[in-house]
Design a protein around this ligand. Structure first.
Ligand code: SAM
Length: 292
């Protein structure tokens, strides 16, 4: 197949096509061997492709960056949802910003306490492509009736909300293009206002190895708004460096009280009661980074 059909990030080697994710500043590259290109299109917001990889199953690729794979996408999706949802005693109204692969929303509806999920994704084509080509991540059949799919900019959406949500999950792509605003202070201020008085938010805050400044900026900004802000980590092989960070910000001062009990009997492959505690225990280099 010609390069034209593959798009940005793909390179031809002797043994076939590979997709690469490069951290230019560090001269570091991760590559996936591509078995086949299942779909490719240019939406109003980004280039969307779905590939079959040699060893990681199918993968969603946006603008040449792997977002999620069948092999390990569930680690990310469980960690970005179960931690905030189990931290809240009654997560009735939930908002997900981004999350077009639908993996996070699938985990969210595992909580019977959840009565409504507003899923605010800027690009309807990501949802549609994932529902067609990645059913193992996005789910099959009719979506759960508690989910409301809203196709708009998450930053504009939360601006209009006040005291409406128990939990807001910011499942964004990297801070470039349309996702850049989702890492800025005005957005976090609007998220704070959109939460109820005991509300909790979480966001993915990038790699502490390759993007330490994103992590510290997210955390420092959230600390000016919320009384309790914590970083937690997970190992996700697909993301360069393998270590990924999430930042939890809560209006209540001890969001982890009772979290283990609320995770009892949850249908998960990564998250368990020990992982919850250990994921908040940070190695010294991350503590130093965070000024602790
Ligand atoms: N798990 C993934 C990761 O960290 O690489 C990201 C999940 S998901 C695919 C990210 C989604 O955020 C994309 O579908 C993208 O269209 C969406 N997105 C980006 N900017 C957005 C915005 N301003 N409002 C709502 N959704 C946005």
């Amino acid at each position: 197949m010609e390069k034209e059909q593959y798009g940005q990030g793909y390179v031809r080697r002797e043994d076939g096509w590979w997709l690469s994710d490069t951290e230019e500043e560090y001269g570091f590259q991760v590559q996936w061997k591509v078995k086949s290109l299942l779909h490719r299109e240019k939406s109003d917001f980004q280039e969307i492709s779905v590939i079959e990889t040699e060893g990681f199953g199918r993968a969603l690729v946006l603008d040449g960056i792997v977002q999620t794979t069948e092999r390990d996408g569930w680690i990310y999706n469980e960690m970005i949802t179960h931690i905030p949802l189990a931290a809240h005693p009654n997560p009735s109204a939930v908002c997900i910003i981004g999350g077009g692969d639908c993996g996070a929303v699938r985990e969210t509806v595992k909580y019977p306490a959840v009565k409504r999920v507003d899923m605010v994704e800027i690009d309807p084509r990501v949802v549609s492509v994932c529902r067609s080509f990645l059913p193992s991540i996005a789910g099959e059949g009719e979506p759960d009736p508690r989910i409301r799919f809203l196709y708009e900019d998450g930053a504009a959406f939360v601006k209009e909300k006040k005291g409406e949500y128990d939990v807001i999950i910011v499942d964004s792509s990297d801070p470039v293009g349309p996702a850049k605003v989702l890492f800025e202070e005005p957005f976090y201020r609007d998220v704070h206002r959109a939460l109820k008085d005991d509300g909790i938010m979480v966001c993915q805050s990038e790699s502490p190895v390759f993007h330490p400044r994103v992590l510290t900026k997210v955390r420092d900004t959230l600390k000016t708004l919320f009384p309790d802000v914590r970083t937690y980590l997970a190992t996700i092989p697909t993301y360069p460096g393998g270590i990924w960070s999430f930042t939890l910000a809560s209006k209540r001062t001890d969001p982890l009280d009772g979290i283990e009990e609320r995770l009892r009997d949850k249908d998960t492959r990564y998250v368990n009661r020990d992982i919850v505690r250990s994921s908040f225990r940070l190695p010294n280099y991350v503590r130093e980074l965070l000024g602790e």
